[in-house]
Design a protein around this ligand. Structure first.
Ligand code: TR5
Length: 143
């Protein structure tokens, strides 16, 4: 559970080491639902695509515009915390694509970019993705 995950950061939790192991075991190379979205096995509302990245509408939008931008080849990049130097180019391309898509979506007043990482960061799909959110006033701090 979410609370269990949070508790694992307290050394007094007797289950801490077990939970840490479970966290460490999140496999960065395992396929995710996004592989099937990339292959078009599962349909999605694609708003931008090139040879390296895919951008599609989030199935559970948290703002009038909510788009996910992902690399077509994961290459071990399940999240930012797994980034290696070889990923620098694709990491930059994900952000650049967010800008291109924001313009395409008419988000001229601004937008929010989010990358969740790991259980405490509320990541649920372990294939790196940039959330592009816009079309309403964002609040700070985020939840
Ligand atoms: O929680 P994190 O940051 O990992 O973001 C994962 C996002 O993927 C969430 O905002 C989900 O709503 C989104 N998601 C999950 C699925 C999905 C999707 N967006 C589009 N299409 C989807 N399909 C077909 N299936 C999903 N399980």
């Amino acid at each position: 559970s979410r609370i269990g995950v949070l508790n694992s950061h307290f050394p007094s939790d007797p289950m801490a080491s077990e939970k840490e192991a479970a966290l460490a075991a999140v496999p960065s190379d395992s396929p995710t639902i996004f592989d099937k979205i990339i292959s078009k096995e599962i349909p999605s509302k694609v708003v931008y695509e090139d040879d390296q990245v895919l951008a599609f509408r989030d199935i559970s939008p948290q703002a009038p515009t909510h788009i996910l931008i992902i690399p077509k080849v994961k290459d071990g990049l399940s999240g930012v915390s797994k980034a290696e130097e070889r990923h620098c180019e694709i990491l930059g391309r994900l952000l650049y694509t967010a800008k291109v898509v924001a313009k395409q979506e008419g988000l001229d007043d601004g937008f929010r970019i989010v990358i969740n990482d790991g259980p405490s960061g509320c990541q649920s799909v372990y294939h790196i993705h940039v959330h592009l959110l816009g079309g309403r006033q964002m609040n700070w701090p985020p939840g």
